[in-house]
Design a protein around this ligand. Structure first.
Ligand code: UDP
Length: 238
């Protein structure tokens, strides 16, 4: 094993990453595997912060398309991320990893509220911090929350977990000839409208120079590989 390349990371997991084979909600097997992989990083001294999405339960945009008020729909989406955060916290605690959920919306009986200094203190003490409820405002996504939190906690890098091993010139499932980019600049992602994260999230990372690595979380060991600095996936930087 190579030494970890990064000291403090932010890992963005979409809600779908927790779905596994389940039709809805979370797959306990997937949660267990993710928790074990995160545990290994913590044991090796890496400070791990997570931002979790809610797309496996609710997405504001989808709900609004059915006629629901968009702000209410987004609030439901944010609360969905909290459900996922609690599931992940439970899986981590079953692995004996100290974990704190910090929500951008106050839910005092359930978890802590997000306070930057507190989050950093948790990380310094070796606790995994799960940021829930995005940034707490409608019309944003958890990708933007991930960029913002990564910058706020001075993470060395943001890892964007996906189901494919990086960013491709076209959808690799539909176009077998599509090529995987090893490295892209933020502006290339924006200009070519590549499916990495939404533009708000990319611009924030660009302006604050936060590197992004897009990698395949479905492959066991993939997280370890990227944290060790292996050139798999797609690196987005200046
Ligand atoms: N959301 C929001 N503000 C935020 C983050 C999320 O309103 O800061 C809502 C939004 O409706 C979004 C939903 O929460 O669709 C779930 O988040 P997201 O779609 O980013 O989840 P993912 O696609 O990563 O599973």
């Amino acid at each position: 094993m190579t030494d970890p390349k990064y000291r403090r990371i932010l890992l963005k997991l979409s809600g779908e990453a927790l779905l596994g084979e389940a039709p809805y909600g979370v797959d306990p097997g997937v949660l267990k595997r993710l928790a074990a992989e995160i545990h290994e990083l913590v044991e090796r001294g890496v400070q791990v912060a997570l931002v979790i999405g809610g797309g496996n339960i609710f997405r504001g945009e989808g709900l609004a398309a059915t006629g629901m008020d968009r702000v209410t729909a987004d609030q439901m989406g944010m609360l969905a991320t909290l459900l996922n955060a609690l599931a992940l916290q439970d899986a981590l605690e079953q692995e004996a990893v100290f974990t704190r959920v910090m929500s951008a919306i106050k839910v005092n009986q359930v978890c802590e509220s997000y306070i930057r200094r507190r989050a950093i203190r948790h990380l310094e003490k070796g606790r995994v911090v799960i940021f829930a409820a995005g940034i707490g405002n409608p019309f944003f996504t958890t990708d933007s929350a991930a960029s913002l939190r990564a910058i706020e906690i001075n993470a060395d890098i943001m890892f964007k977990a996906t189901k494919v091993d990086g960013v491709y010139s076209a959808d690799p499932v539909k176009e077998p000839g599509a090529q995987r980019y090893q490295r892209l600049t933020y502006d290339e992602v924006l200009q070519r409208k590549l499916d990495v994260m939404d533009a708000t999230a990319i611009v924030l990372c660009r302006d604050q120079n936060m590197p992004i690595m897009v990698f395949d979380i479905t492959r066991p060991g993939g997280l370890r590989d990227v944290v060790e600095g292996r050139a798999i996936g797609t690196f987005v930087e200046r």
